[in-house]
Design a protein around this ligand. Structure first.
Ligand code: SF4
Length: 339
């Protein structure tokens, strides 16, 4: 599912809501929006991608696309369709809220080369949705996910980790609910606390305890294991690093680290390795060679070789090497144990 996106940020337009964690303008780094700006931004990205833009999707992210003024929405879709018709992009994707999906909207979208709809599910626990002031219920999300799939679109579910009142069990149920609704992929966002949000105030009043980076890595890596077992791709973990995440209006607490995605992936690999090596009997004093797919070596090794050290200690191995094996792909791995 990996392909380039041509992002167009639609900041907070169409969203009357005020989720406690959201400071959308800060996340996108854009304070204003016009269709001319959007077109110019697409043209610039298409030019920089060159031939690769033919496979890229124009991606309306940042707000609730299907909730914006209907004329502006169809003008944006018409503009994006022109790029697709000229062969400068392969299709359109968008993110929106579950309660902004209905038959009429899906029927409009089906007149355009829209391939993928990303839904901000965040949690399928109603207590978490209420505490986060999402303004919709878990049944709205289930209904919307099923409607998106029934209408023939690819569905990506976006979920958060560490929202108010959310425990790992709530997050596991959310992930499984998204899988069961037929999602084609997931984005997982550990909760970061932005300045000037209600979540920040809740934290200051001690009614919300943000996740530490370590807690976020532990919980997210559990979710990655379940996603792996269910064969659902996780296309993103954590917020993209941008200048607007920092400074006086940026992140003040919670689960944010520039390498958060990589750290979660390393911990996920470690859990997979434990599962496998736990079946191997005593490994005391033995050597292990672990083969992983191309581009997975650094994730498998972990920052500062943390996974190598943990594996060596846990199983009392005399030596462990993690090497690339071009015959493997994705998260496949293979252990060779020798005396
Ligand atoms: S629905 Fe999305 S854009 Fe609207 S307030 Fe919530 S997180 Fe922000």
């Amino acid at each position: 599912m990996k392909h380039a996106n041509i992002p167009v940020f639609v900041p907070h337009l169409g969203c009357p809501n005020d989720c406690v964690f959201c400071n959308q303008r800060k996340i996108t780094g854009h304070d204003s929006f016009s269709i001319e700006d959007a077109k110019r931004s697409i043209e610039e990205t298409v030019a920089s991608l060159g031939e690769a833009s033919r496979d890229a999707e124009i991606a309306f992210f940042g707000g609730s696309f299907t909730g914006i003024d209907r004329t502006l929405m169809t003008d944006l879709l018409d503009m994006a369709k022109d790029f697709c018709d000229r062969g400068s992009a392969s299709g359109i994707r968008m993110s929106t809220r579950p309660d902004y999906i209905d038959d009429e909207i899906l029927s409009i979208l089906s007149n355009y080369p829209v391939k993928t709809i990303e839904l901000g599910i965040q949690s399928l626990s109603d207590k978490v949705l209420i505490a986060s002031k999402r303004g919709h219920t878990s049944s709205d999300s289930i209904r919307a996910m099923k409607a998106v799939k029934s209408a023939g679109f690819e569905l990506i579910g976006q979920m958060m980790v560490g929202l108010p009142f959310s425990e790992l069990d709530d997050e596991i149920k959310t992930l499984i609910g998204i899988c069961d609704a037929g999602a084609d992929g997931l984005r997982i966002y550990p909760t970061a606390v932005f300045a000037c949000t209600e979540l920040h105030e809740m934290m200051m009043r001690s009614v919300y305890s943000p996740l530490s980076v370590e807690e976020a890595v532990a919980r997210t890596s559990e979710l990655l294991c379940i996603a792996h077992d269910r064969n659902i791709p996780v296309i993103r973990v954590g917020l993209c690093e941008t200048d607007s995440l920092h400074g006086e209006n940026g992140i003040v607490a919670g689960a944010f680290h520039p390498a958060l995605g990589e750290m979660c992936m390393s911990e996920f690999f470690l859990k997979l390795f434990y599962r496998e090596l736990d079946k191997s009997g005593s490994l005391d004093g033995k050597k292990a060679i672990l083969r992983v797919a191309k581009n997975m070596v650094s994730k498998a090794v972990g920052q500062k070789k943390v996974n190598i050290n943990k594996l060596k200690d846990k199983y009392s191995l005399s030596e462990i090497k993690i090497i690339e094996d071009s015959s493997l792909s994705g998260y496949e791995f293979h252990f060779d144990i020798c005396s």
